[in-house]
Design a protein. Structure first.
Length: 89
């Protein structure tokens, strides 16, 4: 998510899950997870991605597989946010 307010520098955030409400003069984001994009840890996201990929391959229980797939999606989304920040620089 990119945030730009009048007179201020644009900021980027990683946001996972939640809801967005848009009003004429206000935007509200209720997120399950949020972090400033520049605070994201690429090494941690890569490790989480690897763990989740292994879990998807080795888990037999449907719930465990679904949890691993959700973790994989979060890790991939964080890595994409990191990549976007690099392209801006």
């Amino acid at each position: 998510m990119r945030v730009q307010t009048e007179g201020r520098e644009e900021q980027s955030f990683y946001v996972g899950g939640g809801a967005l409400e848009i009003q004429p003069h206000q935007v509200t984001v209720l997120a399950d997870t949020a972090a400033r994009a520049h605070d994201l840890d690429e090494a941690a996201a890569l490790a989480a991605k690897s763990r989740a990929e292994d879990a998807v391959r080795t888990r037999g229980d449907k719930l465990e597989i679904a949890e691993a797939q959700a973790e994989l999606a979060r890790a991939v989304a964080q890595l994409r946010a990191i990549e976007r920040i690099r392209k801006k620089r």
